[in-house]
Design a binder for this molecule. Structure first.
Ligand SMILES: *Cc1c(COP(=O)(O)O)cnc(C)c1O
Ligand code: SF4
Length: 349
């Protein structure tokens, strides 16, 4: 549905002369209209204004940002809504908790070029941009020094050279920030550079944009995907079945139809999805949308996110419940990230 309506806009734009003012794609307008003021979020959802001072203070550490379409999937008047909990700044974020650090996964130690991380065999990860469509309060990169460290600056050249020079790299992962907050022109600039690297087989995109801003999956993006000759994998980030609106499901179908394999990673979050029924419903809903559950991550211990942590024992109990009730292919792998390890670390249960 989204793809079709945007397609007609695109066609009109392309018919215009070069000098005509270019209208922003609908997704960029929607992104620019995202809610960033805690007072507005609280008013729109009819929440208790007493939440405001803490929200304002926490938003100074890591700003509030949430697209209106995502807010529309939250329940009015419910401060415990599982989607709201992911994005509402809370006073608890300013607590210093022992064991919670600014760079919990040791990202900076694996840097091979500006914005390029090479931690695992055969895979290089690009911090494509610092921008995201949404700010998740538990984000492990909430303290990442994006200013100096994005691969899209300098037209991708240092990143492309680093990948070109290491023939063991089979897969390029676009991460961030959210790589789909880059516009189609910049994505094309990158993918054209990649065509000259013969050892590369797959392009993987780690993105939450199709979930929080399904408008992003428009005709222009689908055209770009069609132009990419590498195998295409998208790892989405959905934590709760309520995130999968009709628009999101339509966007996922469009991606699948354009040859993109869809996987999902979730983070196990207290008060969001730390319940066997929610996780079972999530796996079922993902599969309905053509998305394969991939990882369930234990929280990365980033400063300001301690109140989201679910203990390993609880996680293991949840996993046993999933295993009992779901087909094996709908049970995500429970993992944690341990600095210095050569892969994500499976957690036995
Ligand atoms: C998570 C991650 C990957 C991808 O790991 P997979 O297990 O293949 O999903 C690659 N590089 C870095 C730096 C990562 O953090
Ligand atoms: S979308 Fe991903 S990178 Fe962006 S804030 Fe959320 S968790 Fe962090």
């Amino acid at each position: 549905m989204i793809a079709v309506s945007t397609q007609s806009n695109q066609t009109k734009l392309q018919d215009c002369t070069v000098s005509a003012p270019t209208a922003l794609p609908a997704w960029q307008t929607a992104l620019a209209q995202a809610i960033t003021d805690p007072a507005e979020l609280i008013a729109v959802l009819g929440l208790d204004p007493a939440l405001l001072p803490a929200a304002k203070a926490a938003a100074k550490l890591f700003p509030l940002k949430v697209p209106r379409g995502f807010v529309a999937r939250m329940e009015y008047g419910n401060p415990h809504d599982p989607l709201l909990r992911q994005i509402l700044p809370l006073g608890l974020e300013s607590l210093e908790t022992q064991g919670f650090a600014a760079d919990p996964v040791g990202d900076m130690a694996s840097r091979i070029a500006p914005g390029v991380l090479h931690k695992y065999h055969g895979r290089a990860l690009l911090i494509a941009t610092g921008a995201c469509g949404v700010h998740c309060r538990y984000c492990f990169r909430r303290h990442f020094p994006y200013g100096e460290e994005t691969a899209s600056s300098q037209h991708w050249q240092p990143a492309l050279s680093a990948i070109q020079n290491d023939t063991s790299i089979r897969e390029l992962i676009l991460s961030g920030g959210d790589p789909l907050s880059l516009n189609d022109r910049r994505l094309r600039e990158l993918s054209e550079g990649l065509t000259h690297i013969p050892h590369l087989k797959r392009l993987r995109i780690h993105t939450r944009q199709p979930i929080v801003l399904p408008e992003r999956i428009d005709a222009g993006l689908l055209q770009w995907l069609d132009s990419v000759t590498l195998q295409k994998v998208m790892v989405l980030h959905v934590n709760h079945p309520n995130e999968l609106s009709k628009e999101v499901i339509d966007a996922c179908h469009a991606l699948t139809q354009h040859g993109v394999r869809l996987l999902n990673q979730s983070v196990l979050l207290k008060g969001v999805n730390d319940s066997d029924q929610v996780l079972i419903d999530l796996s079922e809903a993902l599969f309905d949308a053509g998305i394969q559950p991939y990882y369930l991550h234990l929280l990365d211990r980033v400063q300001g996110a301690a109140h989201f942590e679910v203990t390993e024992i609880t996680a293991q109990t949840l996993m046993r419940a999933l295993l009992k009730k779901l087909p094996g292919f709908l049970v995500p792998k429970l993992v944690r990230e341990v600095p210095g390890h050569t892969s994500k670390t499976p957690v036995a249960f």
